[in-house]
Design a protein around this ligand. Structure first.
Ligand SMILES: CCCCCCC/C=C/C(=O)SCCNC(=O)CCNC(=O)[C@H](O)C(C)(C)COP(=O)(O)OP(=O)(O)OC[C@H]1O[C@@H](n2cnc3c(N)ncnc32)[C@H](O)[C@@H]1OP(=O)(O)O
Ligand code: NDP
Length: 264
C-alpha cells in the first residue's frame, strides 16, 4: 500500500517494508523482489528521495548482518542510516498469507506465514530500536488485519496479527521513555493484485457486498491513517490499533460461513 502525504514530513526519514511509497520525506522501501522494488522506485522518485533495499524480513541476516570485522554491511536498517543519516519512522507493512482451513495448513505453510507477519515485524523493529530509536526516539506503525473476531480460513495470519497487536502494546510501554511511539493500523479489505493472483478464489468480489460501505478500501485511505499516526498530531497516541475498515470489522461476514447462519 502506498503511503503518501507531501509536506508534513519534510526532513524526516522512513523505512517501509513491503513496498510502501514516499510520504513526502526520504524513504527506504524494503522487500524481497529487487525487480519490483526498482520499478516502484522509478515510479515514486518524482515524489521524493527514495531507495530500494532488498531484504527478506524473515531472515535475521538480511535485517541485521555483519562483515568479518563486525562492521555493519548491507542490512536494511544500516543502509537507510548510511544513505539518509537518520531514521524517524518504521512502517512494518510487509506481509501476506494464503486462505486455507486450519486442518489443511502444513507446518511449512504455518511457519511461512508466522515468520513473515510476526517474526519479520519483530526482527525489523528490534533492529531499528537497537540501531537508532533507543537513542533518538521514533515512531513505529505495524500493519495488521481485521482479526478481531478470529480469522477463519486465515487462522495463521490471524494468530500472527493478533500477536503483533500485542507486541504493539508491549513496545509502546517498554520504549515510551526513549521517545518511541508504537501503534498499529488494521485495514479492512483493500484490493491487492498479489492476493488476486495468489488466492484460490476471488476474495475481493466476494467481500465487496458484505462490507457495510459496499465498497473496498483504497491504499490512500490506509496511508492517511498511517500518516496521521506518524505525525506530531498523534504525539499522545501510543499502543493503539486504528481500524481502517469503514466499520467492516463490526459487521462483515467472516471468510468461513457457518451453514445456515447469517452475518451478525
Ligand atoms: C471475507 C473476506 C476477507 C478477506 C480478507 C483479505 C484480507 C487480507 C488481504 C491481504 O493481506 S492481501 C495482501 C497480502 N499478500 C499476499 O497474501 C500475497 C500472497 N501470499 C504469499 O505470498 C505467500 O502465501 C506467503 C504466505 C507470503 C508465503 O510466501 P513464501 O514465498 O515464503 O512461501 P511459499 O514458498 O510460497 O510457500 C511456503 C508454504 O506455504 C504453503 N502455501 C503457500 N501458498 C499456499 C496456498 N496458496 N495454498 C496453500 N498452501 C500454501 C505451502 O505449504 C508452501 O510450501 P510448498 O507446498 O510450496 O512446499
Ligand atoms: N489488501 C488488504 O485487503 C489487506 C492487507 N493487509 C496487509 O497490509 C500489508 C500490505 O498489503 P498489500 O499492499 O495489499 O499486499 P501486497 O501483497 O501487495 O504487499 C505485501 C508486500 O510485502 C512484501 N513481503 C512479503 N513477504 C516479505 C518478506 N518476507 N520480506 C520482505 N517483504 C515481504 C512483498 O514484497 P516481496 O514479495 O518483494 O517481498 C509485498 O511488497 C500486508 O501486510 C497485508 O497482509 C491487511 C489487511 C487487509
Amino acid at each position: 500500500m502506498s503511503v503518501f502525504r507531501p509536506g508534513l514530513f519534510t526532513g524526516r526519514v522512513a523505512l517501509v517494508t513491503g513496498g510502501g511509497s514516499g510520504i513526502g520525506c526520504q524513504v527506504s522501501i524494503a522487500s524481497r523482489n529487487l525487480e519490483r522494488l526498482d520499478k516502484a522506485v522509478e515510479e515514486l522518485r518524482p515524489r521524493g528521495d527514495i531507495q530500494a533495499v532488498q531484504c527478506n524480513i524473515r531472515n535475521e541476516e538480511d535485517v541485521r548482518s555483519y562483515d568479518w570485522l563486525f562492521m555493519w554491511t548491507s542490512a536494511a536498517v544500516t543502509s537507510t542510516l548510511k544513505t539518509f543519516g537518520r531514521l524517524d519512522y518504521l512502517v512494518n507493512n510487509g506481509g501476506g498469507q494464503f486462505p486455507a482451513l486450519s486442518e489443511d495448513i502444513t507446518l511449512k505453510g504455518w511457519k511461512a506465514v508466522i515468520e513473515t507477519n510476526l517474526t519479520g515485524t519483530f526482527l525489523m523493529t528490534r533492529e531499528v530500536y537497537r540501531q537508532h530509536f533507543e537513542e533518538h526516539g521514533g515512531v513505529v506503525i505495524n500493519i495488521v488485519a481485521d482479526m478481531f473476531r478470529g480469522f477463519p480460513m486465515m487462522s495463521h495470519t490471524g494468530a500472527a496479527r493478533a500477536a503483533v497487536e500485542n507486541l504493539t502494546k508491549s513496545w509502546a510501554t517498554e520504549w515510551a521513555e526513549n521517545g518511541v511511539r508504537v501503534n498499529a493500523v488494521a485495514p479492512g479489505i483493500v484490493f491487492s493484485p498479489s492476493a488476486r493472483d495468489n488466492y484460490s478464489f476471488d476474495v475481493f468480489s466476494e467481500a465487496r457486498s458484505e462490507i457495510p460501505a459496499k465498497r473496498l478500501g483504497t491504499p490512500e485511505e490506509v496511508s492517511s491513517a498511517v500518516c496521521f499516526l506518524l505525525s506530531p498530531g498523534a504525539s499522545f497516541i501510543n499502543g493503539a490499533t486504528l481500524r481502517v475498515d469503514a466499520g467492516g470489522s463490526l459487521y462483515s461476514k467472516l471468510m468461513k460461513v457457518i451453514p445456515g447462519s447469517k452475518p451478525p
